[in-house]
Design a protein around this ligand. Structure first.
Ligand SMILES: Cc1cc2nc3c(=O)[nH]c(=O)nc-3n(C[C@H](O)[C@H](O)[C@H](O)COP(=O)(O)OP(=O)(O)OC[C@H]3O[C@@H](n4cnc5c(N)ncnc54)[C@H](O)[C@@H]3O)c2cc1C
Length: 377
């Protein structure tokens, strides 16, 4: 099987790169073992201090509306955090004074949303809060099993029954100017969020829950669908286990499911994430990259990898594969010329590209641009 580009890892970075290349007419395949950091996504892209049209267009074409209003957002524990480029789910405010009275609404039997912490945090900002639980007959079936009462399962039901939620909240609402709800709406159809906002005569803020993140799962589904609609091949549940590299060039990648049918391409992109997604691995002696055995920037002495004060910045979080200026990763100090490393596998080795979602998007676009550069004959 031969492609123009094979992408290893189908999280935010891999999908943004894949969509950009497919749009430019290149044939690509994404190999992805499964869950990625988007399933834990807060809805705000870190280190996106600007909102390039190219980025908002790429997401809009996938059916994902972003908004850019630098300010603060309400966090699940009732604190406020700086935020800018975000999904439409997220309400952004110039400052933490977001209203006078809040009605915080959760669902009976749902334990992944922290009403008391939210109330405590908002009361510190001078807001009066009232907490109410909705007892919805539509949730009775999943309520019977506490393990089923999770954000994504609830959202599946809520997307069909959001009108009942609006009706119940309108009955509960007294003189509150703000209604705070858990992010359990709009799994498949983000327009449910604006319909709820329109139906309630107060400002409505959707706030984070324990994972999985409903807006994150929706973002992943929509980016993947866009990639496939553009003709990309998404090899879900497969894992790259090794590669054939000689003379500084990758010739093919070996995967668990395809066995002896190697994936050949002109270019390869490595977007396997950091420790969380097993793009980087650690043993007591070294931190390594498992597919290509690339050079990883790390302190030689293990005692320097971490700060014993748990809450402090941890040095290992900055480690990542070493790359040249064109994002070609190094192996034995030499760049692999048709391989690009993007996203969180870079750690903080390329601070100019930012961190988190900003790093994933910027590095993915940079690698796609490199691949699309006309080659001098
Ligand atoms: C828990 C958590 C929450 C976060 N929340 C935010 C947030 O709210 N906002 C923000 O801006 N940033 C957040 N981040 C930072 C996040 O890392 C980036 O935003 C971004 O989503 C990373 O994307 P990625 O594609 O580089 O890696 P990942 O999302 O980690 O994706 C890597 C993918 O590669 C796959 N993979 C790994 N090895 C192989 C292999 N050998 N073969 C095939 N597939 C493989 C993995 O299964 C995974 O699907 C969060 C990170 C974590 C860990």
């Amino acid at each position: 099987m031969k492609f123009n580009t094979v992408i290893i890892g189908g999280g935010l970075a891999g999908l943004v790169a894949g969509i950009s290349l497919q749009k430019a007419g290149r044939s690509t395949a994404i190999i992805s073992t499964g869950q990625n950091a988007l399933h834990f996504f807060s809805g705000t892209f870190e280190s996106m201090e600007e909102a390039p049209q190219r980025v908002t267009d790429l997401f809009a074409e996938a059916g994902i509306a972003l908004h850019y209003t630098p300010g603060v957002r309400l966090m699940p524990m009732g604190t406020f955090k700086k935020a800018a480029l975000s999904l439409e789910d997220i309400s952004l405010f110039p400052e933490p004074a977001i209203g006078h009275k809040a009605l915080i609404v959760s669902l009976t039997g749902y334990h992944d949303f922290f009403c008391d912490f939210l109330a405590e945090g908002l009361e510190k900002q001078g807001m009066q809060c009232r907490i109410k639980l909705l007892n919805l007959p539509e949730l009775e079936q999943i309520e019977k099993s506490p393990s089923e009462m999770r954000s994504v399962q609830i959202a599946r039901t809520m997307d069909r029954n959001w009108e009942n939620v609006v009706r119940e909240i309108r009955i509960l609402l007294r003189d509150e100017d703000t209604v705070i709800l858990p992010q359990v709406f709009g799994l498949k159809d983000a327009s449910v969020l604006s319909k709820i906002r329109q139906g309630i005569p107060a400002q409505v803020i959707f706030t984070g829950t324990l994972p999985p993140s409903v807006p994150g799962v929706r973002t992943q589904m929509l980016l993947k669908r866009r990639y496939e609609l553009l003709g990309g091949t998404y090899l879900m549940g497969d894992e790259a286990t090794g590669a054939h590299v000689y003379d500084g060039i990758v010739h093919s990648v070996v995967t668990h499911n395809l066995g002896n049918h190697f994936l050949e391409a002109d270019n390869f992109i490595l977007s396997t994430g950091a420790f969380f997604s097993k793009g980087l691995r650690a043993n007591p002696f070294e931190i390594s990259e498992p597919v290509f055995g690339l050079d990883v920037e790390q302190a030689p002495d293990r005692s320097d990898w971490y700060n014993p004060e748990f809450m402090r910045e941890q040095p290992y979080m900055k480690y990542g594969v070493a790359t040249d200026s064109s994002l070609h990763p190094l192996s034995g100090g030499e760049p692999i010329k048709n391989l690009y490393a993007i996203g969180s596998i870079l750690g903080e080795t390329r601070p100019e590209l930012g961190t988190g979602g900003g790093l994933a998007i910027r590095s993915a676009l940079a690698a796609a641009d490199e691949i699309l550069k006309p080659t001098a004959e």
